[in-house]
Every structure is written in structure tokens, then in C-alpha cells.
Design a binder for this molecule. Structure first.
Ligand SMILES: Nc1nc2c(ncn2[C@@H]2O[C@H](COP(=O)(O)OP(=O)(O)OP(=O)(O)O)[C@@H](O)[C@H]2O)c(=O)[nH]1
Ligand SMILES: [Mg+2]
Length: 333
């Protein structure tokens, strides 16, 4: 098919497929995606099978990098996509879970200027028959946890089918190592001006479980907790801190009352009250300091991203890696 959805807009439509040991499916996924996109980029980071060779044979632009997880693969894929000056970029999985025929639906809100980020949701249509029930339980639980923690509400927080405007490719830089990059993206979107739209998608599962669903779910919860601590310190530290302080004050008041009426110092109330007060105040102060640093880091990062965006390609090649590592260090504050 040579009628590309990108016709009539400037720049090619680009697909980015992160792929790790996907030799069973990658060839057919690339061939199918090429029917709906101008360029297909496969980011292979250290596959031990023939993923890269098969993707190349199917016509993909293959970027190879050392294994750093899906988040790092997406950072690399976004940088590679930006070099094509795309009208829109779509990401999909290399295990044939997503239907490339839906790329047009995924990218339409970007091409019409309605959105910067499109999330392909498995739960918008209500047709969940193709999703095994145990996966649905995990996906819904992780969606509730990510929605609550990030403050951004989605019907499917874990989907890998997403589309992005150029602005979004510039702004979104991931740190997550494993498969928690989808949750991280939701936190990044919370404080960002990028406009978000969900569209319904269909999925199919041709493979069995690749990993233990319990440890997989726990590792994502672990990342969500870390993200809350880093990105929403008031929620993670200051709110529990205030609760502990109030509890400490109640114990202290009780101890004071006993001293007044019975003229003895109640050991339990005094010790517990003091411990609660000290811990609560420590949490409160820590949260407030981290919140200030987070705002500072966000401002510096935004300015660095803007600086990178305003430069010519040659200058970005030269200073980009330095700015990125500076921006990363600032975020790690
Ligand atoms: N480049 C790269 N791709 C990865 C890595 N880990 C996962 N991927 C790819 O990211 C996509 C999603 O990974 P999956 O393992 O299918 O994760 P999932 O879809 O959440 O899990 P399942 O439902 O079990 O398929 C696939 O195309 C993987 O090949 C990685 O470390 N590097
Ligand atoms: Mg998959």
C-alpha cells in the first residue's frame, strides 16, 4: 500500500518498535507496519537472537544499543525518529500484540493537532475477550495504582501502543529501566503541557507469559512508589509527616493531661508522642525540601529541553548528550 496517512502533512510518519529477542514476530510486524508508515525504526538492545537481522531484512531502520531496558530503548528510538522530522511517531510492540492497521487511528489526533500524546487503550471499547483474565486483573490494578499516584487518569496505563507529536518526543525522557516506562510516562505527563487523548485499540496475545506476572507487577509497583517519592514528594513525605505529627500531638496532649491530673509522667505516651512528633516533623521537612528541589529540577530541565529544541541539528548532535546528562543529574537531585 502506498497511500500513507502522512500525505498532506509535512514530514514522514514514523513507527518505533522496541524489540528484545522478538525473532518470532518482528519480521511480520515490520512488514505490516510499513504498510501504514513511511519509516519503521526497530531499537534492538542486545537481543541474543536474530531480531535485528530479521527486522533489517523486512525493511526497518535498525538501531542497535547495549541492553538498557524498554525505557532506554524508547529514548534511543525517539532520538532516531526526530532525525526524520516526523509528522507523528507511533510506538508499538514487536511481539505482534498490536495491530498496525490501527496506526491511522492512533496518529489521527496528532495529525489533526488535537493531541501531543495518544494512548491506545484496551479498555475503552469494553471488548476484552482477547485479553486473558489474569492479565486483565494485573492491568486494571496497575492502572488504578498509577492513576492514583500520578494524578493523571487513564483507562489503560500499561498499554505499549502510543503515538506522539514532535513536541512530545522532545519532552519525554525516560529513566525507568524495566517495563515501568508506561507508568513513568504518566508521571511525566502530569506536569507537562502535552495534550493527552485515549483511543480504543484491539490486542492479541500470541505468546504465553514471558515473565512471572507477580514479580512483574511488584517491580512496577516498586517503580510507582519511587516515582511518587521523587515526583510527588508532598504526597509521599509531607502528607504522612503531617499525619504523624497530629498523632504525636495527641499523645503529647494526653501525657500533659496525665501530668496535670495525676502528677506522674506517663512513659508510654511521652515516648510514643515524642517519636511520632520527631518522625512527623522530619517527614514534613524532607517533603517540603524535596518539593522545592523537584520544582527547581523541572524548571532547569524545561529550559535545557527548550535550549536543545532551538538549536540546529549539528549543534544538537554536539551539545545534546551533555545537556541530557546535565538534565538527568538535575532530575536526580
Ligand atoms: N529494545 C528493547 N525492547 C524491549 C525490552 N524489554 C521489552 N522490550 C520490547 O518492548 C515490547 C513490550 O515488551 P513485552 O515483553 O511484550 O511486554 P508486555 O507487552 O507488557 O508483556 P506481555 O503482555 O507479556 O507481552 C516488546 O516489543 C519487547 O520486545 C528491552 O529491554 N529492550
Ligand atoms: Mg507484549
Amino acid at each position: 500500500m502506498d497511500i500513507f496517512p502522512s500525505q498532506g502533512t509535512s514530514g514522514p510518519l514514523v513507527a518505533v518498535i522496541p524489540a528484545y529477542n522478538e525473532e518470532r514476530f518482528i519480521g511480520s510486524v515490520v512488514l505490516a507496519a510499513r504498510n501504514y508508515c513511511d519509516v519503521v525504526i526497530v531499537v534492538d538492545d542486545g537481543s541474543t537472537d536474530n531480531t535485528a537481522e530479521l527486522a533489517e531484512a523486512a525493511g526497518a531502520h535498525v538501531v542497535r544499543r547495549p541492553n538498557g531496558g524498554k525505557g532506554a530503548a524508547l529514548n534511543t528510538g525517539f532520538a532516531a525518529a526526530l532525525r526524520y522530522h516526523p509528522c507523528a511517531t507511533v510506538i508499538l510492540d514487536g511481539d505482534a500484540q498490536h495491530d498496525p492497521a490501527e496506526i491511522a487511528d492512533m496518529t489521527r489526533p496528532i495529525l489533526t493537532g488535537e493531541a501531543d500524546v495518544v494512548i491506545g487503550s484496551r479498555f475503552l471499547t469494553g471488548d476484552r475477550r482477547s485479553i486473558p483474565w489474569w492479565r486483565q486483573i494485573g492491568q486494571v490494578a496497575l492502572t488504578i495504582a498509577t492513576n492514583r499516584a500520578s494524578g493523571v487518569k487513564l483507562s489503560d496505563s500499561q498499554t505499549g501502543y502510543r503515538a506522539f507529536s514532535t513536541n512530545a518526543l522532545h519532552d519525554l525522557k525516560f529513566r525507568s529501566k524495566g517495563l515501568s516506562v508506561e507508568s513513568e510516562m504518566q508521571f511525566l505527563l502530569k506536569d507537562s503541557p502535552l495534550r493527552l487523548v485515549e483511543v480504543p485499540i484491539h490486542v492479541r496475545y500470541l505468546d504465553g507469559n514471558k515473565r512471572n506476572p507477580i514479580t512483574h507487577g511488584l517491580s512496577i509497583i516498586d517503580t510507582i512508589m519511587g516515582l511518587v517519592a521523587r515526583r510527588r514528594p508532598l504526597l509521599f513525605f509531607t502528607v504522612p509527616g503531617l499525619t504523624l505529627t497530629v498523632a504525636g500531638l495527641l499523645f503529647a496532649y494526653n501525657a500533659f493531661r496525665i501530668v496535670q491530673t495525676e502528677h506522674i509522667i506517663p512513659a508510654v505516651s511521652t515516648i510514643v508522642g515524642t517519636l511520632l512528633l520527631v518522625t512527623g516533623l522530619l517527614f514534613g521537612v524532607t517533603g517540603t525540601i524535596l518539593n522545592t528541589l523537584e520544582h527547581f529540577a523541572t524548571r532547569v530541565t524545561d529550559e535545557l529541553i527548550q535550549l536543545t529544541r532551538d538549536r540546529s541539528d549539528a549543534a544538537v548532535e554536539e551539545v545534546g548528550p551533555h545537556l541530557e546528562s546535565l538534565s538527568r543529574s538535575t532530575r536526580q537531585l
